[in-house]
Design a protein around this ligand. Structure first.
Ligand code: FES
Length: 140
């Protein structure tokens, strides 16, 4: 698999501005007992492949990126590039990858393996289960 790059401006890369915004509906998710629960009826960002939710705060022990993948499945990542800048990740639609928003463009497969960029290691992924209109992300 070869990396393809998300179309981002020079300044977006320099400042590490991710393409993925915080949820349109901030009440579409909650966190307790090491689990994130996403209400898929409210999380409109996840309705089609290439969509993503950027989850931060709300008692979360770490930033989390949840995506609807090109494979039609949901995937979740520690939203922290493993390169030294530790910037956020975005899905790269149509490629089966997520990519750092910074200039290094570190790119990872859905199972966290690095395929491009300066980091030496993978990024952390989390188990995800779809249960009707709910999506559960297991951080523990
Ligand atoms: S922080 Fe991601 S490539 Fe540098």
């Amino acid at each position: 698999m070869t990396a393809q790059f998300l179309n981002r401006s020079f300044f977006q890369r320099i400042f590490g501005t991710p393409a993925t915004h915080k949820p349109i509906d901030p009440q579409c998710w909650s966190f307790s007992d090491d689990k994130i629960t996403v209400d898929l009826k409210r999380a409109t960002e996840l309705k089609k492949p290439g969509g993503a939710l950027r989850l931060e705060g709300g008692g979360l022990p770490m930033r989390v990126l949840v995506i609807c993948g090109d494979d039609g499945k949901f995937h979740a990542f520690h939203n922290r590039c493993t390169h030294i800048g530790h910037r956020r990740l975005d899905p790269v639609p149509g490629t089966g990858t997520v990519q750092c928003c910074s200039v290094g463009k570190s790119t990872y497969t859905y199972d966290g393996k690095k395929i491009f960029g300066p980091p030496t290691g993978p990024t952390k992924t989390f188990k995800v289960e779809a249960d009707g209109d709910r999506l559960i992300v297991f951080l523990g």
